[in-house]
Design a binder for this molecule. Structure first.
Ligand code: COA
Length: 166
């Protein structure tokens, strides 16, 4: 059984856990005053968070499948960013049959996601990549580059990467 099949098969119990996590995250990420406390809350809710990270206020991770969000070391996630790993609706409709997927999100070491971003299922934000504030990240990024906008596109290679290669 793959990891994704495992999570799909946890139905009722998973919904209860997700509801609890949602309350904990909604209130906790708004009021906990220090990043380290917000990191601990994300870990408590099942998100894999590395060391040396800064997590801003109101950062929300998909509570239905929090285990599928992996945040590396020395990552910054600025305020009001939301990370989703699933697309699904309980409504019986053609759209809910068409759009029903669970895809992990990975944020690699040293990346920085600016304030107010939305990270969509299946995305990997590469090592040392900067994502500009307010971006909607629909596809994976490249290392040591600035990505920004909606949809999020590469803007430039960052100066420290150019110096490393010269
Ligand atoms: C990305 C950022 C750091 C600027 O980086 P920079 O290297 O100085 O980039 P520049 O300002 O030179 O912009 C380069 C290009 O990217 C565009 N750009 C920069 N940030 C952008 C954003 N968030 N969304 C869309 N486009 C953006 C600029 O308009 C510019 O486009 P142009 O070349 O067509 O004029 C800044 O825009 C940003 O998003 N900061 C994050 C703020 C934040 O989250 N603060 C919370 C801290 S906890």
């Amino acid at each position: 059984m793959t990891q994704l099949q495992f999570f799909r098969n946890r139905s009722a119990g998973r919904l209860v856990v997700a509801a609890f996590r949602r309350y904990a995250m909604t209130f906790g990420m708004a009021i906990l005053p220090f990043s380290i406390l917000r990191v601990l809350l994300l870990r408590f809710c099942g998100v894999l968070v590395g060391n040396g990270c800064y997590i801003g206020f109101n950062v929300i991770c998909d509570t239905n499948y929090a285990e599928l969000i992996k945040i590396g070391d020395n990552v910054t996630i600025s305020h009001d960013t939301v990370i989703y790993v699933h697309t699904a609706s309980p409504v019986d409709s053609p759209l809910s049959k068409l759009y029903n997927q669970i895809r992990p999100v990975t944020i690699e070491n040293g990346a920085w996601i600016g304030a107010g971003c939305i990270v969509l299922p299946g995305v990997t934000i590469a090592k040392d990549c900067m994502v500009g504030a307010g971006s909607v990240v629909a596809s994976s990024t490249l290392p040591s580059c600035l990505f920004a906008g909606n949809p999020c596109k590469m803007i430039k290679v960052l100066s420290f990467a150019l110096h490393q290669n010269s």
